[in-house]
Ligand binder design. Structure first.
Ligand SMILES: Cc1cc2nc3c(=O)[nH]c(=O)nc-3n(C[C@H](O)[C@H](O)[C@H](O)COP(=O)(O)OP(=O)(O)OC[C@H]3O[C@@H](n4cnc5c(N)ncnc54)[C@H](O)[C@@H]3O)c2cc1C
Length: 324
């Protein structure tokens, strides 16, 4: 089911809850609130973080499912609710507060008509489920092979490529830990440190025992055959072929300027700060999914949507004008 076909439902102006982001966390919240009889609008730009992954791991009942298939199934479930609307669009402006209500402006992207329209809607409670963006290091060629051969998380791929030759790019103090974790899946690990890591004697013995080959050269370029292998071109002139390269990637929040303007607390880790109910530092504004945790997994995103839904429905139920 496409987002635009669901968008045929009437666009209204006043909602109980508006959710910005309709991927795993936003759809989970939409489902919870749909079941709770809440009038909900989900605005989604449709770029989930793992959209280019062929399969995803560690969701019970759906291990190694295509992420796009799961999202498709979730949208189909939501289409059953008359009072939940999902639209493809981009939220750009937010104002207001819990007492007066929130206003949200967004650009509706109608792919069938190839047109763009602006809308303004009002919400009693507002939720950001808008995710984060990974930042790739500046290595020539790396973008071509992300994420098919460039891996930011072993738990999201390593079982699927177990036994194959891999490399770890870790010019930092996570190198030893990454090598220990990743060598569970394969006995052929190349650890690239760009000479920025000093291992202890004990660590060197352990890396040798695990057959981890430490290389201190810089990585200059990545080439390869997409879907098959990559070639790591090192400053020494060596060219090493691998199935994939593990890298610890930094990330940034999508829509950070919007959060700063709203005065939401941002943590030292670069996440939106929330309490146990996923409420941000501003009453009536919630945040869920990857943007609030370092355990950035589909299972957490789904859980946080449910947990926030529970809290939001309780808050709405206590409003005096909430009785239908
Ligand atoms: C390569 C890769 C592989 C992964 N593999 C796994 C795996 O195997 N198992 C696992 O559990 N996790 C995996 N993950 C992590 C998983 O993708 C995330 O945990 C999950 O996508 C988080 O869901 P989310 O709803 O928080 O955010 P996202 O999925 O990132 O969705 C955010 C949504 O908000 C939308 N949005 C953003 N800004 C706006 C705006 N202003 N207006 C409207 N919409 C907006 C975006 O377009 C997007 O659709 C992987 C991640 C990557 C990068």
């Amino acid at each position: 089911m496409s987002i635009s076909s669901i968008a045929k439902k009437r666009i209204d102006n006043q909602y109980d809850v508006v959710i910005v982001g309709g991927s795993f966390s936003g759809l989970s919240l939409g489902l919870f609130l749909g079941n709770a009889m809440r009038k909900v609008l989900i605005i989604d730009a449709n770029c989930p973080r793992n959209e280019y992954s062929q399969v995803m791991f560690n969701l019970i009942g759906r291990n190694q499912t295509e992420p796009t298939q799961l999202l498709h199934d979730a949208r189909k479930e939501l289409a059953e609710f008359e009072h939940v609307t999902l639209q493809r669009g981009v939220a750009t402006h937010v104002s207001g507060n819990e007492k007066a209500g929130f206003s949200l402006r967004y650009e509706l992207l109608d792919l069938e008509k190839n047109s763009r329209q602006w809308f303004e809607v009002k919400a009693k409670q507002l939720v950001f489920a808008s995710g984060v963006k990974d930042i790739l290091p500046k290595i020539e060629g790396i973008e071509t092979f992300w994420p098919e051969h460039i891996f930011h998380c072993p738990y999201c791929i390593a079982y699927g490529i177990k036994g194959l030759p891999v490399a770890i790019y870790s010019p930092n103090n996570e190198a030893y830990m990454m090598a220990k974790i990743i060598s569970k899946w394969t006995g052929d690990v190349l650890l690239l440190t760009e000479d920025k890591v000093k291992f202890s004697e004990e660590e060197l013995v352990e890396l040798a025992r695990l057959n981890v080959n430490v290389n201190t050269s810089e990585v200059e370029k990545i080439t390869g055959d997409l879907g098959d292998y990559i070639e790591l071109h090192l400053a020494t002139g060596e060219c090493i072929s691998r199935r994939g390269l593990f890298i610890h990637l930094p990330f940034h929040l999508n829509n950070k300027p919007l959060f700063v303007k709203l005065g939401l607390d941002i943590t030292e880790e670069g996440l939106v700060g929330v309490d146990d109910h996923y409420q941000t530092s501003k009453a009536g504004i919630y945040a869920i999914g990857d943007m609030v945790t370092l355990i950035q997994k589909v299972s957490h995103a789904i859980h946080s949507g449910n947990a926030a839904g529970f809290a939001i429905d309780h808050v709405l139920s206590m409003l005096v004008d909430d009785v239908a």
